[in-house]
Design a protein around this ligand. Sequence first.
Ligand code: ZN
Ligand code: ZN
Length: 400
Amino acid sequence: MLIVLDGLGDRPNEVLGNMTALQAAFRPNLNFISRNGMNGLMHPISPGIRAGSDTSHLSLIGYDPEKVYTGRGPFEAMGLGMEVRAGDIAFRANFASRDDAMRILDRRAGRITSGTAELARDLNMEIGGVEFRVKEGVEHRAAMVMHGAGLSPNVTDSDPHEAGKKVSSVSATKPDGEITASLINKFLVESRKILDESDVNHDRIREGLPPANEILLRGAGIAPKLEPFSDRYNMKGACVVGIPMISGICSLAGITPLSVPGVTGRVDTDYRGKIKGAMEALKTYDYVLVNVKAPDIAGHDGDPILKRDVIEKIDDAVGQLVHLAEDTVICITGDHSTPCSMKDHSGDPVPIVFYSKGIIKDRTAQFDEISAQRSALRLKSGDVMQYLLQLSERSEKYGA
Ligand code: ZN
Ligand code: ZN
């Protein structure tokens, strides 16, 4: 069982007496596991890299993002709950305001807050046998997914990335992107007609608001075709996660997302229910990934008290696990640090602990960033799968 506490790592917070949220939390169960486990620090991806949740989770489940990650588009689309299949091309998108000369007046259409669901729905279309789907996100944000044969992510953005500049038509960055680029340009022409005629924009203009009459595309990526997890590791995998992006990544690898009642990607998730659901899943599956998003949310909010409090709730839930180590290898770590002082991901390493019957214990007695510095393990996220395999006596010998 791999438990990923999203954005777990932190830096000292003045309001917590210069402790990290983890240090400041009452965490008897995490400390018990540390005391009885093998501890250290894990670098998400590689030392100093400020990993995203997508690249880090790919790496934690054993797929090298250097080889399979071409851009944020597909992962952002999954994050909005869109269905993204291997070979699909996806973009991050913005609803924007443009004038008749194709100049971008506002890249965020006045931070539009309503009507985007309707606009997105109207942009779903098919061109040349390729399906285009758009879904709205928060405010002006959206994503666009293309589904069809022979598509390529090797195309430029239509987003000029600066107000006052003209919308660019999309072009190929490699020869295999030419057909895809021309399809996207047709989609953009068509989408402008639809957006110009939409009631949402007529109303906005009447109210003196900037119309959302352009959809700007950026960050093209292809949803990778991953070797199935079951073939690669000879294990049947499942995951208990509250955020669509991570369940989307798992789905691409053939790790089955399970729905557990009360589990969300927010701070109000059912922490105990999540761990209980994962323990239940181990009766049917060989490998279970759990993601708890709450510490990352608190980190992005810059709220050390909230981060400490959600870690205490996690600790309480983790208490259910302490006897599981009889027949299960448990690993607890983060996918990256989200220091409250930074309100974003940093490149700091995160504590990691492995816990199972008969494991070599070290002298670490507490689970936190500082105690982990005195432990021996120094891993990268890409090593975690091998550690889980060898501790569960599932790895092949390398050599004779
Ligand atoms: Zn994350
Ligand atoms: Zn984050």
